[in-house]
Design a binder for this molecule. Structure first.
Ligand code: AMP
Ligand code: GLY
Length: 431
C-alpha cells in the first residue's frame, strides 16, 4: 500500500519513522516533510493545506491511504476531499475537526454532554465581552480565541486590565485573524496537565498510553506558552483507574455528542486535561496527534501502527483486538531543541551540528521538527528545531539518555528546557 503523511514537523517525522517499518507499506510519501522524513520517506513538495494539490498527487501516484498530521488541513477539509475521491484517510472531516477548530463548538459540545471542563462564556461582540469582564467576576480568567491561532490564542489574565487587552487584541485588532473573531472566556483551572489520545472510527474507541507535554518556555514552568518544549510517556499523574474514569466521563461522552451532533469522526481525539482536585477536566480537544507527544508515544509502540489507523479510516476499529496493540513498558522522554527567539521571533538559518553523533547513542531517536538542508548543511528552519527522544527503563533513565544526546547537538542560540520529566518524577518542575 502507498501511504502519504501530511505535514512536516517532529510529529510527522515520528509517524514516518514508524510507518516505514510497517510490512503493509510499499511506498511512503510525506508532504511537505523535512530532512528527517526524507531519510525514511519520499518528500513531496506540496503545502500541507494545498487540498487540491494533495488529492491530485494521491490520484496520480496511487496513494490509497493518507494520514494527516496537523490541524489546519483537517479544518480546511482535506479529509472530506480525499474521501470524496474514495481515498482512505486518518483524520476527521471538516465538521469533526471543529472539535479543535472552534472552541465555541467544543465548549458547547461539552456543556450538552455534561463533560467536565472550565465554566465559560462565548462572545462575538467585544462590547459585551468587556461588560462581562467589568461585571465583578473573579480573576484570573482565561481568554481564548475560538478559532485556530497556531497555539498562541490562549491568554491567562490575572486581572481585568489584562483580560480587556486580550479581548481587544483578539476581537478588535484581529491579532489571530478570524480565529479571534469569537472568544471564549473561561474559569482558570489549577492542577497538573496530562494528554490523553484515543483512536476512533466514530463508534469504537481505543485509548493510547498517557503522555505529558511541557508547554511553558522556561524551566520551572515559567515564561510564555509554546507549542511544547518536551514530553514524557507515560504520565505519572493518571493511573489505569484514572484512565478508565477519563474514558467514562470524558472520551465516551465526547464521541456520543459528536455523533448526536451529526459530526463524523475517524481519527484521533487528543484531549488536553487538567487534573484538578475534583478530577480531570478538559482544557481543550485536538483533532490530531500532539506534538511533541507523538515523539514519545510512537517509539513506545511495539505493534504495527498502520493497521489500527487504517481500521479507523475504514470504520472497522472493532476488528482490531486490544491484544494486537502492544506497548513497550519502558518510558520515553523528548527534549525539544528550539531556536533563539522562539516562540515570538525564532532566528532561522543557524547551522546545526552533532545530530549524527546524538543518533548513534543507544535508545536515542532524533526527530526533525524545523530543519532544512541548504548547501549540504543542516540549518534551523523554524522555532522548534529537533525533538531529541530517548527510551529508558523509567523516566529518570530516559531523561538522562535524552540529555546526553542533547549535549552532542549544537547550533547558535539553541534553547531547551533542562527539567523535562522532573515533575513526572515527583519533583518540582526544575532540574
Ligand atoms: P489550549 O490551547 O486551550 O490547550 O491552552 C493552552 C494552555 O493554556 C493549556 O495547555 C494550559 O496550560 C493553559 N490553559 C488553557 N485553558 C486553561 C484554563 N481554563 N485554566 C488554566 N490554564 C489553562
Ligand atoms: N502538545 C501540544 C499540541 O500538540 O497542541
Amino acid at each position: 500500500m502507498r501511504v502519504l503523511v501530511v505535514g512536516g514537523g517532529g510529529r510527522e517525522h515520528a509517524l514516518c519513522w514508524k510507518f516505514a517499518q510497517s510490512t503493509l507499506v510499499t511506498r511512503l510519501f510525506c508532504a511537505p516533510g523535512n530532512p528527517g522524513t526524507a531519510s525514511v520517506a519520499e518528500n513531496v513538495a506540496l503545502d500541507a493545506t494545498d487540498v487540491p494539490g494533495i488529492v491530485a498527487f494521491c490520484k496520480q501516484n496511487q496513494v490509497s491511504f493518507v494520514v494527516v498530521g496537523p490541524e489546519a488541513p483537517l479544518v480546511a477539509g482535506l479529509a472530506d476531499a480525499l474521501r470524496a475521491d474514495e481515498i482512505a484517510v486518518f483524520g476527521p472531516s471538516r465538521d469533526g475537526a471543529e472539535l479543535e477548530g472552534s472552541k465555541a463548538f467544543s465548549k458547547n459540545l461539552m456543556s450538552r454532554g455534561g463533560i467536565p471542563t472550565a465554566t465559560f462564556k462565548v462572545f462575538h461582540d467585544a462590547r459585551m465581552a468587556r461588560e462581562y469582564l467589568r461585571g465583578g467576576i473573579s480573576y484570573p480568567v482565561v481568554v481564548k480565541a475560538s478559532g485556530l491561532a497556531a497555539g498562541k490564542g490562549v491568554v491567562v489574565c490575572t486581572d481585568e486590565l489584562a483580560a480587556l487587552e486580550a479581548v481587544n487584541d483578539m476581537i478588535d485588532a484581529r491579532l489571530h485573524g478570524d480565529g479571534g473573531a469569537t472568544v471564549v472566556i473561561e474559569e482558570f483551572l489549577t492542577g497538573e496537565e496530562v494528554s490523553v489520545h484515543c483512536l476512533t472510527d466514530g463508534r469504537t474507541m481505543l485509548t493510547l498510553p498517557t503522555s505529558q507535554d511541557h508547554k511553558r518556555l522556561l524551566d520551572g514552568d515559567e515564561g510564555p506558552n509554546t507549542g511544547g518544549m518536551g514530553a514524557v510517556s507515560p504520565a505519572t499523574n493518571l493511573d489505569a483507574k484514572g484512565i478508565r474514569r477519563v474514558e467514562e466521563e470524558i472520551l465516551f461522552p465526547t464521541l456520543h455528542q459528536l455523533s448526536r451532533m451529526g459530526r463524523s469522526y475517524r481519527g484521533v481525539i487528543y484531549a488536553g486535561l487538567m487534573m484538578t482536585r475534583t478530577g480531570a477536566k478538559v482544557l481543550e480537544y485536538n483533532a490530531r496527534f500532539g506534538d511533541p507527544e507523538t515523539e514519545v508515544l510512537v517509539p513506545r509502540m511495539l505493534c504495527d501502527f498502520i493497521e489500527p489507523l487504517l481500521a479507523c479510516a475504514e470504520g472497522r476499529l472493532d476488528t482490531v483486538s486490544d491484544a494486537v496493540f502492544s506497548w513497550d513498558s519502558r518510558a520515553a522522554v523528548t527534549v525539544m531543541l528550539c531556536a533563539a527567539g522562539y516562540p515570538l521571533s525564532p532566528q532561522r538559518g543557524e547551522v546545526i551540528e552533532g545530530v549524527d553523533a546524538a543518533e548513534k547513542l543507544p535508545d536515542v531517536l532524533v526527530f526533525h521538527a524545523g530543519t532544512v538542508l541548504q548547501g549540504g548543511r543542516l540549518r534551523v528552519a523554524a522555532g522548534r528545531v529537533l525533538a531529541v527522544t530517548a527510551m529508558g527503563v523509567d523516566i529518570a533513565a530516559a531523561r538522562q539518555t535524552a540529555y546526553a544526546a542533547v549535549a552532542k547537538i549544537h547550533f547558535e542560540g539553541m534553547h531547551f528546557r533542562r527539567d523535562i520529566g522532573v515533575r513526572a518524577l515527583g519533583g518540582a518542575a526544575r532540574a
